[in-house]
Design a protein around this ligand. Sequence first.
Ligand SMILES: *Cc1c(COP(=O)(O)O)cnc(C)c1O
Length: 422
Amino acid sequence: MTAHHRQPALYATDPELAALVSAEETLQAETLRLIPSENYVSAAVLEASGTVLQNKYSEGYPGRRYYEGQQNVDRVEALAVERAKGLFGVDHANVQPYSGSPANLAVYLAFAKPGDTVMGMALPMGGHLTHGWGVSATGSWFRGVQYGVSADTGLIDYDAVRALALAERPKIIFCGGTALPRTIDFEAFASIAEEAGSVLVADVAHIAGLIAGGAHPSPAGHVDVISTTTHKTLRGPRGAMLMCKEEHAKAIDKAVFPGLQGGPHNQTTAGIAVALHEAAQPSFVSYAHAVVANAKALAAALLERGFDLVSGGTDNHLILIDLTGKDVPGKVAAKALDRAGIVVNYNTVPFDPRKPFDPSGIRIGTPSLTSRGLTAAHMPVVADWISRAVDAAAKADEPALAGIRAEVSELMAAFPAPGLPL
Ligand SMILES: *Cc1c(COP(=O)(O)O)cnc(C)c1O
């Protein structure tokens, strides 16, 4: 199917842009996408996200808007909120944050004043920029103190987290991150936050889909606020949600609007509602468990091929490969893998001797390939491709990379992705 048929109006109005969309469809279809924060949304989510709901302004919340004509939009947002509450077992949900970073900013606005001490995991240890890291507004407007993982195990040292929290008494503690291959102990964080008198936020942007599908413990009932994106393992449109106990509902809602944002993106809210509906189906439970099974199988296959993995493996959807022992730094490996049709990102590893823009690791994950239906039986093949591509990168062997690319696109053709043209 050509762009001409898929997006006829776009093709007629702006063939240049239509061609780019079409090229992106081909790229996403032919490559093995291993970036752990990415996925393929369903055709239903794509359709909901591209509707006339786009045309409507609706500052405020359902039943309390600053604009008229909300007969349908109120119901769309209420549906998304009810589904989020049901799926995650929380008292309150706000589905309006534009994305994960503004959602976290709203949390600061709700619970802290500029200059207050806040605590999160250090970015190079696997934390997120918005958890108080220096180059982020959150690290310049607040005083960020940061915990990490222990050098020998690659795991969070909860005693060290407790000691730091009690010494610093932060207003807010963030747990969760972007490069954490292991299960987060929300109960341990909850007891630390209680002792330190801190508001505890679980930022589950990466693992929300695993939590929804029962493949990772839930922070609900243990933390004050749950922050999540909707577009990673949860497989919805680009957006975010803040969920909390009833006692924090007012503070969170006020912080999102009018504190930080104007009108919500109603077309995105609709897409989120559809994704939450999909995530409540039994098939999504299977999906979430398959994501983890695939990641474990891939980690085992990589270890067999001599790769060094941060923390020695994975409990979730994500694997951090430490290339320090190989002849190839992360960026060179990532670019070679891209030429081989395998899309990853280069990433710092804990205690990385190299610079963040040229680090020692690559970060991979299984949400996208699982959405295409690949199983644990395919993971040795995937590990083999990665191993051969990293070796080829070391020898600058471009024909070898081209050969892998052909093998990748052949397998991908047999596993069509949701939402993409056949
Ligand atoms: C992805 C991510 C975010 C930010 O989400 P954006 O939508 O990219 O702004 C925040 N926190 C964590 C832990 C993330 O993984």
